[in-house]
Design a protein around this ligand. Structure first.
Ligand code: ASP
Length: 322
């Protein structure tokens, strides 16, 4: 038997002070949501559902519905002011995966990713195909405006103003860090050692229409295999894809390294080899938890053995009784 755990993150980036409290409240609430589902699973309270995958989906839905995060409602905007979202979910027991890329006008991309996993022979659907598939499976389309927050509009406007003045005037090679990266994710192991991961994002501000990042890519935005554990990543998608970050971390975990040092190894490799920054959460199939980030901050929370753990700053680890 394993001590079950639900771990969530709310994105690795600078996280300005005005968002600290809301982001922490958001990840704590999401950990509670998923853990409820996971408890039902191993107590057998629910007759249907309540698996590790249910718990991961429930936590990520909670984060997608919270406008402080860059996923679902609150997603950042493309250069042409649209919301295009990516999501993945993986069942570590079967290693089945489902993902969507550049999907529009749905509240919860992670639910569509799960439908792709369970109802198709494919792993990823993108763009119009993903939207048509979602509609065919009863997922309600929402007005795009419902997903857009004033923060997302302001962030895009700031980015465009900056790029049309300083960036072009001085021909800078570095793009400005005006965008939030509050991608969300969850990893779970239940009492039987079944693992899962889910990750969801609106991507990065001012991305090109049609750009799909790391989040829906198996081995980049997430990975789960009951023989080792599960990982969800966040950060600069183009770097994470090149590093295959989630797979790199589970490979190191598979050598017997601790979960935390496996994440540190993956992030150090991504930084030294590709100059990429980010963060990850992971859990081993034995219930060992790790969180780490190479950005200034990342919100994370987990629940295990009656305790809620959380943090946002480097080396911060707060523990509370549930
Ligand atoms: N990885 C996401 C992307 O590049 C962004 C993030 O994690 O903040 O789409």
């Amino acid at each position: 038997m394993v001590e079950p755990v639900v771990v969530v993150h709310g994105g690795a980036w600078a996280v300005p002070e005005e968002l600290w409290d809301e982001s922490l409240q958001g990840v704590k609430a999401a950990a509670r949501r998923g853990y409820g589902a996971s408890i039902h699973c191993y107590c057998g309270v629910l007759t249907a559902g309540g698996s590790s995958v249910d718990a991961a989906e429930a936590s990520v839905v909670c984060l997608e519905d919270n406008p402080v995060f860059d996923a679902g409602t609150g997603s950042v905007l493309t250069f042409d002011e649209q919301v295009e979202m990516d999501a993945i979910i993986i069942d570590g027991t079967t290693m089945e995966a489902g993902a969507v890329g550049a999907i529009r006008n749905v509240l919860n991309p992670v639910k569509v990713a799960r439908l792709v996993m369970e109802k198709t022979d494919h792993i990823m659907l993108v763009g119009d195909g993903a939207n048509k598939f979602a509609a065919a499976h009863g997922v309600q389309e929402v007005d795009p405006e419902v997903l857009i927050t004033s923060l997302a509009r302001q962030t895009l406007a700031k980015y465009k103003k900056y790029t049309s003045t300083v960036y072009h005037l001085f021909n800078k090679t570095e793009k400005p860090e005006t965008s939030g990266h509050e991608t969300v994710g969850c990893v779970v192991v239940d009492r039987e050692g079944h693992t899962s991961c889910a990750t969801s994002t609106g991507g990065i501000t001012a991305k090109m229409p049609g750009r799909v990042g790391d989040t829906p890519i198996v081995g980049a935005g997430g990975f789960a295999d009951d023989q080792v554990g599960a990982v969800s990543t966040t950060g600069h998608g183009e770097a994470i894809m090149k590093a295959c970050l989630a797979r790199h971390i589970t490979s190191v975990m598979g050598t017997g390294e601790s979960v935390k040092s496996s994440i540190q190894n993956g992030l150090a490799h991504m930084e030294s080899r590709i100059k990429g920054f980010g963060g990850a959460i992971a859990v081993s199939c034995k219930g060992e938890v790790g969180t780490h980030f190479s950005t200034p901050r990342m919100t994370w929370a987990y629940i295990q053995a009656g305790k809620l753990h959380y943090g946002i700053h480097p080396n911060q680890h707060v523990t509370e009784d549930l």
